[in-house]
Design a protein around this ligand. Structure first.
Ligand code: SF4
Length: 512
């Protein structure tokens, strides 16, 4: 049998990232970029595999053994995930396993692609001796090029654009590589290698939706998959690092807002991926696009195709929208008919000044109450997202945001304490200003014990975090919310939420 050219590894350190939420409540997503890269490399003739350490719940020893048995020419960790911070927090799992591989005597080169290494390639190579190669953007062309060479010989890395490695013991970045251009999306990123995912009894049963997406009912959570129909975002919010994926330079520190752009698969192409998932029994899906409801030229034809599919009526999907593009009733009707039952809206703050400053004026100022009403009128539920600790926030503005969220009383609610995520403008500014930034990867996790959010000019990080955790509890114990859930999804759903609020997150910075 031919040797595997590359094994893509989705790392796992779920427990450290989510604490008590890991066992039952956190979502487990299909590893989108491992699937895209695997399919892309396979389409140009390479033999590929995927090891999902997270979904399979493998220990370090088990993962090391499996990788050793597969004996690929290149080991490629893929560090992205279901939250914007996931690329950074996944580095904890990547480094632990990479070290274990080296210690076990496996000499295959270890590469990493993901948002953290895209943002900080030099720092990664300086601090992580177990990582041999980093990709400075999404890595599609660099991988194709690298696999053409004798990967085991570091001299062969010198001509590969879009990678970094240690040369004469020092971190070195080759010339940058382009990302896949819009006109080549269907051919150079030709879909997802779904067939390579592990499963227990039936496809996709190791993956599970967030509780809210499943109407808070455990049995509705699997099988589950996540899919992008576009990449990137046209905006430049200061706290966001999403666009680091589009990086096309080799500056020492990458800043996402320098590379904001969107690329789309054609609706006729991407619908085939939905067809494949439907044929494998998946009806519960996340459309992971950063801004699905933005460009009507793409989402309207895709929704029309989905609406006509025989499985269309059975779909339960969620997608992101800007608050100012989720307003046209005819589009909302179409979106609902396409099987999108939830829209995830980034409301961020009820304070207009704070919101507009953080989103760099990206959004038209809209009446959020009106938007939510229109979405609800189209029979679509809302997952409302808020941020606490944005520049300018103090206790009063955070309380107003919480009060507004209760007034809106959406069927799903989440909030994060703002963090300077590597790759964001906020991170670069904090670095330049000498702010005390997280040193450990898990300090970047929103849910971890040692999480370390950013202070504001008025509030310490611990004050923001305490407020966020209490606000999460307040909302999920808020009677009008619980009654609404019970009315819509039944008593079992309400009980599951009440049970979920018993899980206590421990926070190091709040202990003193
Ligand atoms: S609109 Fe959303 S995805 Fe786009 S830059 Fe802002 S936070 Fe990031």
């Amino acid at each position: 049998m031919n040797r595997l050219d590359v094994l893509f590894i989705n790392p796992g350190n779920h427990q450290e990232i989510y604490q008590g939420l890991a066992n039952k409540y956190s979502a487990i997503e299909t590893p989108t970029w491992a699937l895209l890269l695997a399919q892309s490399c396979r389409s140009v003739g390479y033999k590929v595999g995927i090891l999902d350490v997270n979904a399979e719940g493998l220990t370090l020893e088990q993962a090391t053994q499996k990788i050793g048995e597969k004996n690929p020419r290149l080991i490629c960790f893929v560090g992205y995930g279901q939250n914007p911070n996931a690329g950074t927090v996944s580095m904890g799992g990547i480094v632990k396993l990479a070290k274990a591989l080296k210690e076990s005597g496996i000499s295959t080169p270890v590469a990493v692609v993901g948002s953290y290494v895209q943002s900080l390639p030099i720092k990664t190579l300086e601090e992580e001796p177990s990582i041999d190669i980093v990709f400075t953007n999404e890595g599609v062309y660099a991988l194709h090029h690298l696999l053409k060479e004798d990967v085991s010989d570091p001299r062969a890395w010198e001509n590969v654009k879009g990678i970094g490695y240690r040369k004469d013991g020092k971190p070195h970045l080759n010339l940058p590589s382009p990302v896949v251009p819009q006109e080549k999306m269907d051919t150079d990123l030709p879909g997802y290698a779904w067939d390579l995912l592990p499963f227990r009894n039936k496809p996709f049963d190791l993956y599970r939706a967030p509780m809210w997406h499943a109407s808070y009912i455990e049995e509705n959570r699997s099988p589950y998959a996540a899919i992008y129909t576009s990449l990137g975002c046209s905006f430049r919010c200061s706290f966001c690092m999403i666009n680091i994926i589009n990086r096309n330079d080799n500056a020492e520190v990458g800043v996402a807002s320098n590379y904001s752009s969107m690329r789309f698969w054609s609706p006729e192409f991407i619908i085939q991926e939905f067809d494949k998932l439907a044929a494998m029994g998946v009806r519960t899906l996340r459309i992971s696009d950063e801004m699905f409801l933005l460009n009507q030229k793409y989402y309207v034809p895709l929704c029309k195709l989905l609406k006509e599919r025989p499985y269309g009526k059975e779909l339960n999907m969620w997608a992101y929208s800007r608050v100012d593009t989720a307003r046209k009733p005819e589009n909302l009707k179409l979106v609902r008919e396409a099987g999108i039952r939830w829209l995830c809206l980034g409301i961020e703050s009820s304070d207009k000044k704070i919101r507009l400053q953080a989103t760099k004026g990206s959004f038209e100022d809209v009446d959020i109450r009106d938007v939510i009403k229109r979405v609800h009128d189209a029979d679509i539920e809302v997952m409302a997202n808020y941020l606490f600790g944005l520049p300018g926030d103090d206790f009063k503005t955070m309380q107003r945001t919480l009060d507004t969220s209760k007034e809106l009383c959406t069927l799903a609610w989440n909030a994060y304490a703002v963090m300077a995520l590597p790759g964001s403008q906020l991170y670069k500014e904090a670095l330049d200003q000498g702010v005390d930034l997280p040193q450990e990867y898990t300090e970047f996790s929103f849910h971890s014990y040692n999480t370390k959010p950013l202070p504001t000019e008025h509030l310490q990080a611990s004050e923001i975090l305490k407020f966020r955790d209490q606000a999460w509890l307040d909302y999920h114990r808020y009677l009008p919310f619980l009654e609404k859930v019970e009315q819509k999804h039944g008593l079992a759903a309400r009980k599951n939420i009440e049970e979920m609020t018993q899980v206590q997150l421990h926070r190091k910075i709040c202990e003193n």
